[in-house]
Every structure is written in C-alpha cells, then in structure tokens.
Design a protein around this ligand. Structure first.
Ligand SMILES: Nc1ncnc2c1ncn2[C@@H]1O[C@H](COP(=O)(O)OP(=O)(O)OP(=O)(O)O)[C@@H](O)[C@H]1O
Length: 309
C-alpha cells in the first residue's frame, strides 16, 4: 500500500507553474528522499500535501484518504517544516505540553520529557525558546513532529544548521522511527545524508520529477563505469601480459600491476567472470572492491550543477 500518491498535482502562482503535473508514489514504511535545487518546488509540494496551500489542479491520496479529506488523517501525520516558529517565552516542555493539548494527546510530563530526550534537548527542557539556537529550534521542531507517533512524517531539511554530533543522533532517530513502521518523507541538500538514510529517491527540477527510483536503480541507470580494485598474489611479467590480453574483451579500461588490478567495467555482470578467470589461473585474491557511484556523481551525470545547501 502507498502512504502517498499524487496524480498530476500542480501549483501555479500567477503565470508561474511551480509544481507541474507531478505524479509520485511513496511506499509505506520507506524513507523517501526528495531532492532538488533551490526553488525546484519541493516545499510547495510538501505544503500542498500537508494542507498549507491548495493545489491549482490534480489530486493526491494520503494514508488512504483523498487530499480534500486531509483533516481525517491529520492526526496521523507529523511535519517538521523548513523553519519552525515558537512562542518565545515558552520553554521546550511548555511548548510540547501546549502542542499535545492541541492534538488532544494525553501525554504525561515524563513522556514529553522522554521525547525531548530523544532529540537531545534534555538539558534545555526548561529554557525559554527565545534563548534557543537555530539547531536547538530544529530539534524542538522535530520533537513536535514526532509527538503523535505519526504514520507519515515529513522532514524538511531536518539537519540543516545542526552540529555534526547531533546530526548523527538525528539520523539514528530517523532510522529508529522508520524501523517502528513510520513512513518518512525527507528533503535535504545533504546528499550523503540522503544516500545513507533513504530507500527511494526522487529528484525534482523546475516543478517536475527529473528521475526517481531506489538508490540501486539510480546507480545502475546513471553510472558510466564501475570501478573494480582487485588485490592478488604477486604475478610474473608474462602472466601480467596474459591477463591484459584475456581481460581486454571484458573491461573498458585497466591497469595491471604485479599485485593488483584496477579495472573499469561497464556492467557488473562481468565481475564474476573476471573473478572466475583469476581463480582458473590460480591467482589468489586477497581483496575485491567495487566502487559504486555516489549520489553526487549521479547528479553530475544528470547534468545538474553540484549541490550546495
Ligand atoms: N507564495 C508564493 N508566491 C509566489 N511564488 C512562490 C510562493 N512560494 C514559492 N514560490 C516560488 O515557487 C518556486 C519554488 O519554491 P519552493 O520553496 O517550493 O522551492 P524548494 O525546492 O523548496 O526550494 P529550497 O530548496 O530553496 O527550499 C520558487 O521560485 C519560489 O519563488
């Protein structure tokens, strides 16, 4: 079952089409990465799905309900917006108490403190949010987004402005939340983060989806060459020459040395063939490493400018 599916979802501001007939399906239980350059239309898309702005045309279904009945599933959704605003004179705990009352959740003070602990705000529970840093506000926004144990959680840039240690903690938290069955919809300009966390990815460009698929599919689709490094026994000069000749039909490029091979292949299906050949030649292999292209390289292959936050 899908957690979210959109059909020709479109948003125009005046003559400008910001989201253009967008069709997207998000599998339940997945961590979905939604990427795109500044101004691609990501936040506008989230705003439509979470009811902050109305679509110009098209439709969507969220947690089994049509988009125009969003109010029926609102309590099953969590949202961390790009920028959260808080009452300056409220402490973090007062905020969560207030928010849990709005959502009619009967959470005890200890339960609320536990949520603040999850986002590493346990030392700042009683500090007024006017004294919070940008990163602390992000964490409080995250606490607010997960307070209702949502089935579908939207995270808009969850780690921007957050220090390195806290980023690791937030990644662990996202994985834990996902492991408990929550579907996570994540936007981020941090490609390493997306690569590390997300099962499926869509890349948006000028209001449309430029490409989508699992990390594995995208790698296969956009990689030019697969780099293979093989460390082996020391071999003689004549054996190196023989290797060069035998491998030339399998690989695109190669460097043959006495104790290792550096190969570039077009298709991973030739890797077992290379391995079998080395074994048949009684060359002992100590290490075989296949280097896959990173998400950043996939972007470069898409003809996109290098990403920056
Ligand atoms: N309320 C609005 N009125 C007019 N234009 C808007 C409005 N909101 C967004 N836009 C325009 O829509 C386009 C897409 O904006 P959006 O914020 O959705 O992009 P984004 O992909 O989330 O970008 P970023 O990564 O910078 O957050 C931009 O050109 C923006 O100026």
């Amino acid at each position: 079952m899908k957690a979210l599916s959109t059909k020709d979802l479109t948003k125009k501001y005046g003559n400008k089409t910001v989201v253009n007939h967008l069709n997207l399906e998000i599998e339940k239980g997945s961590i979905f990465g939604f990427l795109g350059k500044n101004g691609a239309g990501k936040s506008t898309f989230i705003n439509m799905i979470t009811g902050l702005t109305l679509p110009t045309s098209g439709s969507f279904e969220i947690l089994g309900e049509q988009g125009d009945s969003l109010h029926r599933v609102r309590h099953r959704i969590g949202v961390l917006p790009d920028y959260s605003t808080f009452y300056e004179n409220f402490t973090a705990l007062e905020h969560l108490k207030y928010y849990s009352r709005i959502l009619r959740l009967s959470l005890t003070t200890n339960e609320l403190k536990e949520i603040l602990k999850q986002v590493e705000l346990e030392d700042a529970i009683n500090v007024k949010t006017k004294n919070y840093s940008f990163g602390m506000k992000k964490k409080l926004g995250l606490a607010q987004a997960i307070i209702n144990k949502p089935e579908l959680l939207f995270l808009d840039e969850p780690t921007s402005g957050v220090d390195a240690n806290s980023i690791l903690n937030i990644h662990t938290l996202i994985k834990d939340i996902s492991a408990q069955g929550t579907t996570v919809f994540l936007t981020s300009h941090n490609l390493d983060e997306v690569e590390k966390l997300c099962d499926d990815i869509a890349i948006m460009n000028k209001g449309t989806i430029q490409t989508k698929g699992s990390m594995h599919q995208l790698r296969r689709e956009y990689q030019d060459n697969i780099s293979v490094y093989i460390k082996h026994d020391s071999i003689s000069e004549s054996k190196q020459i023989k290797l060069r000749t035998e491998l030339s039909s399998l690989v695109k490029n190669m460097k043959v040395t006495s104790d290792h091979l550096e190969l570039f292949v077009e298709d991973e299906s030739v890797i077992p063939k290379i391995n079998n050949y080395l074994v048949s030649e009684q060359i002992n292999i100590y290490r075989l490493e296949v280097e896959e292209p990173s998400l950043e390289e996939i972007f470069l292959n898409l003809g996109e400018e290098k990403f920056s936050a």
